[in-house]
Design a protein around this ligand. Structure first.
Ligand SMILES: Cc1cc2nc3c(=O)[nH]c(=O)nc-3n(C[C@H](O)[C@H](O)[C@H](O)COP(=O)(O)OP(=O)(O)OC[C@H]3O[C@@H](n4cnc5c(N)ncnc54)[C@H](O)[C@@H]3O)c2cc1C
Length: 133
């Protein structure tokens, strides 16, 4: 039901505080149709559904909207649906076939758009380069 599509425990051990972090799975231009206060309320309701009434009164809550960061999101990014890009296909034929290895996250068949995809693609690229040289 959302609006958060992933929720992670980011509590610092030993602090006695519980901290949760979630990604809101609604495209930027849709979530901008409601106020931040309403959006926070919807997130809180979701946490109450998941964790019970204790979650209704957090000590603090923040929304960080990367879509408004000039150096993070472009106009084109705002047109994208929520979620991650499909991995780039490696050219199967033609003169670039077997000549290119994508080492960015978006080339990862398993984890496109994640840090894990960046590591996997870079590892594959380095291994391939070492084999060829
Ligand atoms: C706001 C935000 C939050 C995210 N949160 C998460 C998360 O919680 N978990 C997760 O797994 N992933 C997350 N990601 C995704 C993750 O950050 C990326 O998938 C990952 O950083 C991609 O790594 P990369 O090496 O493929 O590319 P990048 O990290 O983008 O590295 C590419 C580098 O190439 C440089 N570059 C570009 N063009 C040129 C050029 N012409 N010449 C020289 N250098 C160039 C760029 O400056 C950049 O340093 C998030 C991304 C964003 C934007």
């Amino acid at each position: 039901m959302g609006p958060m599509v992933e929720i992670h425990n980011v509590s610092e051990p030993g602090t006695g505080k519980t901290a949760l972090f979630g990604f809101i799975g609604v495209p930027a231009k849709s979530r901008w149709t409601i106020s931040e206060a309403v959006l926070k309320g919807l997130c809180r309701q979701q946490l109450v559904r998941l964790f019970g009434q204790d979650a209704a009164e957090p000590e603090a809550e923040y929304i960080k909207d990367w879509a408004t960061d000039l150096f993070t999101a472009t106009e084109f990014d705002l047109l994208q649906e929520a979620g991650h890009a499909m991995p780039e296909p490696v050219p199967a034929k033609g003169e670039w076939s077997q000549e290119m290895t994508g080492i960015a996250s978006e080339w990862s068949p398993q984890f496109s758009g994640y840090l894990a995809g960046a590591i996997a693609s870079a590892s594959t690229g380095v291994q391939r380069w070492l084999q060829q040289n």
